[in-house]
Design a protein around this ligand. Structure first.
Ligand SMILES: [Zn+2]
Length: 231
């Protein structure tokens, strides 16, 4: 399968289709995911349902434009950046590189998000969520003792890094924080990974009005190793 650079960097949505979380209301109902992910995810969802879990999507495809808005809002302090304990932190007084590092722990810069591909999803167990609860997507929810931990413990038994779903951010290697809620579908995602080179990312950073773009370009080899390339 060949992946074009516009798919790998989120500047098109021609590879995604609508996914519906059955039984949920807007704004929690509709998401966009890769057309090739619909069937495998439906099967995973059916297996989850047989165990009593309501496996739902809370984030699928995200465009380059949307990632730019998120990135710029975080860098400029209009949207909170979280520290290592997932508490809001201030970026005041930090150097540009320190700011970029802090935001990169939880958010990709535009062009570098796996959510551009539509092959990656953030998920939760709607059956385990109390009515009126505001979903946060934090380790407190997904890790031991959290409301979504039982479903994620079961998901652990379903992971197959070669031919199925896997967690690209399952452990802390000093880059992106562990995100147990983030699933990737290997048969599709590996083609996108292969296209996403530092050179392509640098081109995309030159393209648009992205906060700290010079800092990102200047540190791209380091960022690529720590935050983008999977080991
Ligand atoms: Zn995610």
């Amino acid at each position: 399968m060949r992946v074009d650079v516009d798919i790998a960097t989120g500047t098109t949505d021609r590879h995604v289709v609508r996914w519906i979380n059955e039984g949920l209301d807007e704004p929690h109902k509709h998401f966009l995911i890769h057309s090739g992910l619909v069937e495998p995810f439906r099967q995973l969802r059916d297996r989850a349902a047989s165990k009593g879990y309501d496996l739902c999507v809370c984030s699928g495809f995200r465009s380059f434009q949307r990632q730019t808005e998120i990135w710029n809002a975080k860098v400029s302090g209009h949207r909170p950046t979280l520290d290592h304990e997932s508490r809001p932190m201030s970026l005041d007084g930090l150097t540009d590189w320190q700011k970029a590092e802090a935001v990169l722990r939880w958010s990709a810069f535009p062009g570098a998000s796996r959510h551009h591909w539509g092959t990656d999803l953030d998920v939760y167990d709607a059956a385990a969520m109390p009515r009126g609860y505001q979903l946060r997507l934090t380790p407190e929810e997904t890790d031991r003792g959290g409301m979504f931990a039982p479903m994620h413990d079961w998901l652990d038994t379903q992971m197959d890094i070669n031919n199925g779903f896997f967690r690209p951010y399952h452990s802390d290697t000093g880059g992106i924080a562990p995100e147990r809620w983030h699933l990737s579908y290997a048969p599709l995602a590996r083609h996108c990974e292969a296209v996403l080179t530092p050179q392509l990312l640098a081109e995309r950073l030159h393209d648009q009005k992205i906060c700290l773009s010079d800092t990102l370009i200047g540190h791209l080899p380091v960022i690529y190793e720590r935050f983008i390339r999977r080991r």
